[in-house]
Design a protein around this ligand. Sequence first.
Ligand code: CUA
Length: 253
Amino acid sequence: MDPLEKKVILVSVGLMVIFAAMVLYAGFSMGIELPTHHQHVAPFTEEKVISAGNNQFEVHYVAKMWAFEPADLVLPENADVNIYVSSVDVNHGFQILGTDVNLMAVPGAVNSARKQFRKQGEYLVVCHEYCGLNHQRMFGKIRIVSPELYAQYLQKVAGRLARGEKLAAQYDCTSCHSIDGTEGIGPTFKGLYGRKSTLADGSQVTVDEPYLIDSIRNPDHQIVKGFDAGSMPQAEITDEELSEIIAYLETVK
Ligand code: CUA
């Protein structure tokens, strides 16, 4: 064998050994994993932010035409986040600009990546898979804030929910709408948000924010099948109160 040929073979084998060692080192010592499809997380249709303490978070991102949920995610700096992404309709993309997080959101499947947000700042989440008419408007926001601001944010959210719950009682909503699933004069609040309802005219609606606003502002406009028009009074209620009540309704599960 030509000595030069021998050298080339030795160098290439050596390189392969070095690359294999680097891959193993990255995988086992540094914990770097490739984005992958998960079998142990069941496909979900609802957003979720789970805090496991110690700056560890798990976020379930739902992609849908044409938004991401959560649309505005707030986390403290140094948050170490397991991001899971799924879709409820068509294939979407999920990229956090300026980072290495770049996933596909696929209906019926869950893709994930792990990301540590070391610095405060704002990140844009964009859809990079053409998904229809408003594809270019499909984006979300991630805000990484100081631990103090994060604590304030949590308090604010809790305060809004508490106020929403109080208002629902104050305006007597809960006299007719149960929160435990019992059907009353009106549909129960339990699991109401996000559910599909059939209306008196046979059409289907998804109970989302616009629907709830309309149903509270104009009670007889979109009556749910099986319930009577004229049972719900129109409340004098401010936009702010309305938004707090709806924030609370989203949590009644
Ligand atoms: Cu979703 Cu493009």
